[in-house]
Design a protein around this ligand. Structure first.
Ligand SMILES: [Fe+2]
Ligand SMILES: [Fe+2]
Length: 270
């Protein structure tokens, strides 16, 4: 009975890797292909092993290798597809772990750093932190709020041309607004299709985060956090305190101040 052991970080295990192993098993008549998770990786080894176990569940021929590292017995697997997944293509991960990737967000930091410049990534982390604080204060799902903050600007670095193409299909009526607003509409599309985000509340909150036209609690939290997060560098104690007491009033205050700022500093008639 022929078997083989392949090694990779499986950080995370991808669909291309699974397909390659199933194909190798078929072509060579292997009874089993064992997957060895190497020591080095972004996520702890135990977490990567758990993902491999989940991913290979549908296939009897694939099994997690629990023995020791022994390069003489192992075939290194080309793991280039793993980085592509981490950078924001969760749809290319092994099917069995796609839900986990978006719901637990183990690579959200890597994805954010790939899609955003350092300044916007720092802003997003700061927004996520304020979202979490506000959600906790209101007895809401703090991790859900944190994820909304992390993902809200993920398509802001796309060119106007790229965002415009998505807008033409998904939100043509909003194209009259400044391209600065477009990412609110294109991010949910990107997140839905490439990250597999199905959380309606997060998708809605992101859609409304620029124009402040959402009326849900998470919509308001994201709008407020986006405007008052500490890395913007001004004192927002008053806004934070009011938002902790009452999200609607907090959002109204932040919106009023934002309009005032646009009138005074940017000469806009809002
Ligand atoms: Fe934004
Ligand atoms: Fe933002």
């Amino acid at each position: 009975m022929k078997t083989c052991i392949v090694s990779a970080p499986f950080d995370p295990v991808t669909n291309a890797e699974i397909r390659r192993l199933l194909n190798a098993a078929k072509v060579n008549g292997f009874r089993k292909v064992y997957l060895y998770v190497t020591e080095e990786g972004i996520l702890p080894r135990a977490q990567r092993m758990r993902m491999v176990s989940l991913a290979i569940r549908p296939w009897r021929k694939l099994e997690l290798y629990k023995g020791k590292d022994n390069p003489a017995n192992m075939i290194p697997l080309n793991s280039a597809s793993e980085e592509i997944v981490r950078q924001g293509r969760y749809d290319l991960a092994a099917p069995g772990i796609r839900k986990l990737l978006i719901e637990e967000g183990p690579y959200l930091n890597e994805t954010l750093d790939h899609l955003c410049n350092p300044h916007r990534a720092a802003h997003s982390r700061s927004v996520a932190m304020v979202c979490r604080q506000l959600a906790e204060a209101h007895g809401m799902d703090a991790e859900q709020a944190w994820r909304a903050g992390m993902m809200h600007d993920m398509t802001k670095a796309f060119s106007d041309e790229a965002n415009g193409k998505i807008m033409k299909v998904y939100a043509p009526e909003m194209m009259e607004y400044s391209p600065k607003v477009w990412h609110s509409y294109t991010a949910p599309v990107y997140l839905y299709h490439y990250l597999g985000l199905r959380d309606r509340k997060i998708l809605e909150a992101i859609r409304h985060h620029t124009l402040a036209d959402g009326t849900g609690d998470l919509d308001r939290i994201l709008y407020i956090a986006d405007k008052i997060e500490p890395s913007r560098g001004y004192d927002s104690t008053k806004e934070m305190e009011l938002s902790i007491q009452d999200l609607k009033k907090g959002a109204e205050l932040v919106l009023a101040e934002s309009k005032q700022y646009m009138r005074e500093k940017e000469g806009l008639n809002v």
